[in-house]
Design a protein around this ligand. Structure first.
Ligand SMILES: [Cu+2]
Length: 397
């Protein structure tokens, strides 16, 4: 059928049985053009919507992101050149040799061996060249440089819907498990072992490196580094990360932060890692409430005990209404900036709101669905009890 795509799309919305066909055709073509334009504008806005300052892949802050950006730029501009060339020739041919009344058919060429060989060789060279460059970049980025400062190792575990960060040894012999906020010393390679506890997630800090899948029962390794000479602001600087693999209900609310800091700041954070002191009456009451209601899932006195973590995980995997589940380690909650996997600032008000009913802030989360406390919707805690918990968790004096 000789219908243009415009007309075909238009006929969906216009009355095909209309008597004045020519008029309704033009009108529907206009309408479809408006729809098409609207759609393109929407796609443009949607595609550029993620260029929030902290999430840009165009602003590489370290050697890994920089090399990946370089490769991306070469691929992009090579493809733009091919696109412009091919489309250009096509447009030229369409216009220059279009059918004109009274003109004979232009000469038809078919089976021109030289042309066919040329047009096979050029793309082959291009694809091979870019492919080989890509593979070399992959190998190049596999390991951190062996010269320079020691790498700091972090084990990252993804959970529905938050990130766990474990430093087996921060360098001063300290073992730390924390959640949703990764602190890294500047100018030092950070090696990461990525794994998941449940479904496939993906680890992505656009300014430091490309995405890497986090897969249950399989460890993926990556590394990155933040360079002080590429960071304009004064340290500490906070970068944004997020899960980049659709992983269930709260996937869009599974974010994290990476704080780049001086080695000295990092060391003092590591040294201060420990449970909240519970110095006030208010905090002492909060501590008691915490022991009664929260330790089923949360650890607050240092790194999680591996046996306890394993039993929480099996509770999660077995399912059921009221079971322990893996939950963010809260030992250093009071030193964090964000709440519930980076979805909001950690303030007293937000924490109160979270403890009143986590479902309001993060629909689908496993705290409200699996804790006895929230089976009736809002927490079975009084306002006073919530205040006591907040005072304990944030060490308010
Ligand atoms: Cu995820």
């Amino acid at each position: 059928m000789g219908l243009s795509p415009f007309r075909r799309a238009g006929s969906l919305s216009s009355h095909s049985a209309s008597p004045s066909k020519a008029f309704s055709g033009r009108q529907s073509r206009l309408k479809s053009r408006t729809v098409l334009f609207g759609l393109m504008a929407a796609i443009f806005l949607f595609a550029t919507g993620c260029s929030m300052d902290g999430m840009s892949t165009w602003d590489a802050l370290g050697p890994v992101a920089e090399k990946q950006l370089e490769l991306f730029n070469v691929l992009l501009w090579a493809m733009v050149a091919v696109f412009v060339l091919v489309e250009g020739v096509l447009l030229y041919a369409i216009i220059r040799y279009r059918k004109r009344p009274g003109q004979p058919k232009p000469p038809q060429i078919h089976g021109n061996t030289t042309l066919e060989i040329t047009l096979t060789i050029i793309p082959t060279i291009l694809v091979l060249g870019l492919g080989i460059w890509s593979v070399f970049t992959l190998f190049d980025l596999e390991d951190p440089p062996t010269t320079g400062p020691d790498a700091l190792h972090v084990n990252v575990t993804a959970h529905q819907w938050w990130f766990e960060f474990e430093y087996p040894d921060t360098g001063s012999g300290k073992h730390i498990i924390t959640a949703n906020e990764l602190r890294i010393p500047v100018d030092r390679p950070i090696t990461l072992s990525l794994e998941s506890d449940d479904v496939i997630h993906s680890f992505w800090v656009p300014k430091l490196a490309g995405k890497l899948d986090m897969i249950p029962t399989h460890v993926n390794e990556m590394w990155f580094q933040a360079d002080s000479d590429k960071i304009d602001e004064a340290l500490p600087v906070t970068l944004f990360g997020q899960c980049a693999e659709l992983c269930g209900l709260a996937h869009a609310l599974m974010r994290f932060r990476v704080t780049v800091m001086d080695q000295a700041d990092f060391d003092s954070w590591a040294a201060a890692y420990g449970p909240p002191p519970a110095n006030t009456e208010q905090a002492k009451a909060g501590q008691q409430l915490f022991q009664q209601n929260c330790t089923l899932c949360h650890t607050i006195d240092g790194p999680d005990d591996p046996a306890l973590s394993a039993s929480r995980l099996s509770g999660f995997l077995t399912g059921g209404d009221i079971t322990p589940v893996p939950a963010p380690n809260l030992t250093d909650l009071r030193t964090r900036q964000t709440l519930a996997a980076g979805i909001t600032d950690l303030t007293e008000a937000h924490l109160r709101e979270w403890l009143r009913n986590p479902e309001d802030l993060k629909p689908g989360n496993y705290m409200s669905s699996r804790a006895v406390l929230y089976q009736g919707g809002n927490a079975s805690l009084s306002d006073q009890e919530i205040d006591q918990l907040v005072a304990y968790l944030l060490d308010i004096r």
